[in-house]
Write a protein that binds this ligand. Structure first.
Ligand SMILES: [Zn+2]
Length: 53
């Protein structure tokens, strides 16, 4: 399992919580924020989470 506490990019409309998520990993430091930002979970993270990764 690679779940961790949520993070998001201020440039994206979603948040991430899976460290295998490409989109989540490609966030530039400049735009990186901790927490969900009140945004829905990213589709890719949701898929990875449901596969148990
Ligand atoms: Zn994601």
């Amino acid at each position: 399992m690679s779940k961790k506490s949520p993070w998001h990019s201020i440039k994206q409309p979603v948040h991430h919580n899976n460290t295998n998520c490409n989109t989540g990993n490609n966030i530039e430091k400049e735009y990186y924020r901790e927490g969900t930002g009140g945004k829905p979970l990213c589709q890719e993270c949701a898929k990875l989470n449901s596969r148990g990764r």
